[in-house]
Design a protein around this ligand. Structure first.
Ligand code: GLU
Length: 446
């Protein structure tokens, strides 16, 4: 670690104790930005880095609700409004027992750069709760969402902060949250994205993160004079990102052979397609079942308590959660001949795993570039809400495709310009940062 990084990190750790995921996300960005700061003393003087790592606002609140047995339950709610230099705060809500301030600060921080890369005017934010929707009835989820919105509604608005989904928050939760906001404010406004099609949602939003990940992967492979056609891919997860990634990867001629959840993985050597993919899409959203059910239904082996990265593949696409690829997993992927890793999830690779990929010449696409298609189509949903008009499926998909290509170009260009050609981590951090930094410079010390 250089002196420059060490000084900033010492301060970040002292001020944000017990936030290891936030430290991890900040360190990666600061390391990438060193050459930028060296060339731009004006950023240093204006303390852009010190300002960008401090959220503009953090809201924490009590979420009380009553379960089906009549027992009072208390959860903790959060919204981290991180940076609004280039647009209103934008980013998802995560409902999962692992949610802490550290997790949401890492996600909100990443979101600043991701949103900047999309080319659309969106600042960075993230929120959520330690609530676990798994195992809860629809009524319980509704009561929880209503209580959550009873506080959140004061802080959001179509020009202020526009949350969306993330882990544990899908169409059902967005519906309950939207209904409660509308009742409290008596206003039908685009305050959330990922809405239902009949009430302000956009076509392609459910598919966007997965499709965008596949489009980005295609660019990465083209850049290496490779093609996606005929490749074998391992993914983790089986949610929204995973399912629509599989759909697009199949269309582009690849074969996806694994899915997983926190309890284990399934290897399906034939590839997940046709009726199997249809079943998988419903597995969580409708049946709310574990990935193990897929193994049972199609007579495949369920491998408990292990990760899919031990299965031989050409490409790995983690679509589940943070730090789900650690050093040993990365070494397994290298040993098995993997040539590219593209992150459909947010920060799924640990820093040690990323080092292994870099040292072994694996093309590594970080989440903030690879999975930006989701929030990009959220941005397009906001545009459509403002126009009070809807684009067709093909129109939105074409815009998404262009955005993902543009992100790839700007990442590669920034990596080249600052002396690390082919380094997608540096390229994404630098390209995302420069736009936000310049906007902050223009707007003065605020
Ligand atoms: N949660 C998604 C992400 O990590 C989407 C956010 C959004 O659409 O605002 O980017």
């Amino acid at each position: 670690m250089s002196n420059f990084v060490e000084t900033i990190m010492a301060d970040v750790k002292a001020k944000n104790q017990a936030q290891p995921e936030f430290h991890q996300a900040v360190q990666e960005v600061i390391e990438s930005l060193e050459p930028v700061i060296a060339q731009h003393p004006e950023y240093k003087e204006a303390k852009i880095l010190e300002r960008i790592i401090e959220p503009e606002r953090v809201i924490m609140f009590r979420v009380p609700w009553v379960d089906d047995q009549g027992t009072v339950q208390i959860n903790r709610g959060f919204r981290v409004e991180f940076n609004s230099a280039i647009g209103p705060y934008k980013g998802g809500l995560r409902f999962h027992p692992s949610v802490t301030l550290s997790i949401l600060k890492f996600l909100g921080f990443e979101q600043i750069f991701k949103n900047s890369l999309t080319t659309l005017p969106m600042g960075g934010g993230k929120g959520g709760s330690d609530f676990q929707p798994k195992g809860r009835s629809d009524d319980e989820v509704m009561r929880f969402c209503q209580s959550f919105m009873n506080e959140l509604f004061r802080h959001i608005g179509p020009n202020t902060d526009i949350p969306a989904g993330d882990i544990g928050v899908g169409g059902r939760e967005i519906g309950y949250l939207f209904g409660q906001y509308k009742k409290l404010r008596n206003a039908f406004e685009g305050i959330l994205t990922g809405k239902g099609l009949a009430w302000g949602g956009s076509l392609i939003r459910p598919e966007a993160t997965g499709y965008g990940t596949a489009y980005f992967l295609k660019e990465v492979l083209n850049h290496r004079k490779e093609t996606i056609d005929g490749k074998t891919i391992c993914i983790s997860g089986y949610g929204n990102v995973g399912c629509y990634f599989i759909e697009k990867a199949n269309e582009l001629g690849a074969k996806v052979v694994t899915i997983s959840d926190e309890f284990g993985y399934v290897h399906d050597p034939e590839g997940i397609k046709g009726e199997k993919l249809d079943y998988l899409k419903d597995l969580w959203t409708i049946y709310r079942e574990s990935a193990e059910q897929y193994a049972k239904k199609f007579n495949l082996k369920w491998v408990p308590e292990r990760r899919p990265w031990e299965v031989k593949c050409d490409i790995a696409v983690p679509t589940a959660t943070q730090n789900e690829i650690e050093k040993d997993d990365a070494l397994n992927l290298v040993k098995n001949g993997c040539i590219a890793v593209c992150e459909g999830a947010n920060m799924p690779s640990s820093p040690e795993a990323i080092d292994v990929f870099m040292q072994n010449g694996i093309a590594f696409g970080p989440g903030k570039a690879v999975n930006a298609g989701g929030v990009a189509v959220s941005g397009l949903e906001m545009s459509q809400n403002s126009m009070r008009f809807n684009w067709s499926r093909d129109e939105v998909d074409a815009k998404l495709h262009v955005i993902m290509k543009d992100i790839h170009t700007s990442v590669i260009t920034a990596a080249d310009k600052y002396g690390t050609p082919g380094n997608y981590v540096n390229g994404a951090n630098i390209a995302g940062f420069i736009k936000v930094a310049n906007a902050m410079m223009d707007q003065g010390i605020v």
